[in-house]
Design a protein. Sequence first.
Length: 194
Amino acid sequence: MTKLLVVATGNQGKLREMQAYLVNTGWELRLKPAELEIEETGETFAANACLKASQIALATGNWAIADDSGLQVDALNGAPGVYSARYSNTDSERIARLLRELGNEVNRQAQFVCVVAIASPDGAIVLQAEGICHGEILHTPIGDGGFGYDPIFYVPEKQLTFAQMTPDLKKSVSHRGKAFAALLPQIEKLSIFD
Ligand code: IMP
């Protein structure tokens, strides 16, 4: 039996990506209604993911899934963090601001973090998982793929930036890929109780 899982996003691309992670789980993913806007008021990725999943579940009366993610730069005390999307207006402006604020700082250590949460129709959070990918911030962007901060995020283990990776390679090392990999076995257990 397929079960409906409403995704707390208006973004088709995110829906497709999540559907690919959750393929063969018996869940059918659907975009949230466009008029439902949830403000990300939390101070952590977990708080925002839970807030979005819970509010969308309550508003639609369905199971709901949400993720929240962003980039934490050590020398900037974890900024832009939960403000990654709001750091500036476009991807290139966000990258320019980050590089400007980091300047010639020698410590370029950073990590992408992603938290995924699933809420039951009564708004209760039943599952939560986190994924982290460690890397370094380059001085100049490299690569054409991906989105967001991908061209300045270098993963030493692969000797590539996120923007140079194929979608499959990025999926295997990224914060989002790891969060979903951690969520999957939990989802399988959850289905037992249906
Ligand atoms: P949200 O999780 O949709 O709220 O987006 C968080 C923001 O973090 C995005 O708009 C991007 O700026 C950034 N971000 C999250 N994941 C990635 C990634 O995999 N690559 C590049 N930027 C990312």
